[in-house]
Design a protein around this ligand. Sequence first.
Ligand code: ATP
Ligand code: ATP
Ligand code: MG
Ligand code: MG
Ligand code: MG
Ligand code: MG
Length: 269
Amino acid sequence: SSIMAKSKFEYVRNFETDDTCLRNCYIVVRLDGRNFHKFAEQHNFTKPNDNRALSLMTRSAQSVMEELDDIVIAYGQSDEYSFVFKRSTNWFKRRASKLMTHVASQFSSSYVFYWREYFGEQKLLYPPGFDGRVVLYPSNHNLRDYLSWRQADCHINNLYNTVFWTLVQRGGLSTSQAEDRLKGTLAADKNEILFSEFNINYNNESPLHRKGTTLVWEKTDESTTKKIKLPQEEEKEITVTRTRKKIAALTCDIIGDEFWEEHPDILEN
Ligand code: ATP
Ligand code: ATP
Ligand code: MG
Ligand code: MG
Ligand code: MG
Ligand code: MG
């Protein structure tokens, strides 16, 4: 710090590499749970989708958005979450390692901190970890394609997992039999198995599982009444309206235009 005299060791700071993110680009940080296939088994996650785990992921992502600056949208599914910093952010001078490590550590500590709220009696058996990466997207089009890619991934995995676990849990197949049955099938085949053999219309499955979770800032007007008294006047009541920002968790499509038309503040030109 500034009160300390410079020592002869100070030069080592020059070994730090410059990892400033290119200006004008959206900065995306994506986290992914380390070895969660095993973590899910050891903590008795329900298959194919454990809602406690999904809610805990979203609670942790909300903490990241609230505690860190300039995140305009986040998208999560399975054991991953993506955070998008606004393209004009200057937080930590856009240093990639600072942004990524703040996201990863805030998320991880929140995951542990809030564990009990979601898992109750199910004990957390060891400290989980999350990897992080930073990706820059120079255009609105690229950023939308990135988020579309993650949501399409959610859909593909969830369709597979839904059929797989239906075949196992309701069809009486072993896991390897279910795997064989699904080898080489297309989306249409999987929908057909669900519909004709189990009377399940995939489109009626939970949107949380089909679409993942999108976190956005929402403005809400909060009105309160205040009594005021000016000199030589009667006391009167006035209404004071404040705009507050809070996070909304959505389970909608973010691939089509509709979401972006309804949320015009996320993308900057
Ligand atoms: P930044 O987010 O920029 O790192 P900071 O407040 O963490 O801000 P640091 O330069 O990292 O600033 O300094 C950490 C501060 O935390 C110390 O100055 C001290 O006040 C406090 N601190 C950390 N560890 C201890 C400790 N073991 N005992 C007492 N104070 C501590
Ligand atoms: P890596 O360390 O390479 O990321 P991983 O085991 O975490 O390895 P992923 O591809 O990230 O592999 O997959 C995460 C796995 O975690 C899923 O395949 C699934 O088994 C499990 N999982 C994560 N979230 C849930 C959930 N909400 N419900 C059920 N299972 C889940
Ligand atoms: Mg992986
Ligand atoms: Mg993982
Ligand atoms: Mg994953
Ligand atoms: Mg510090």
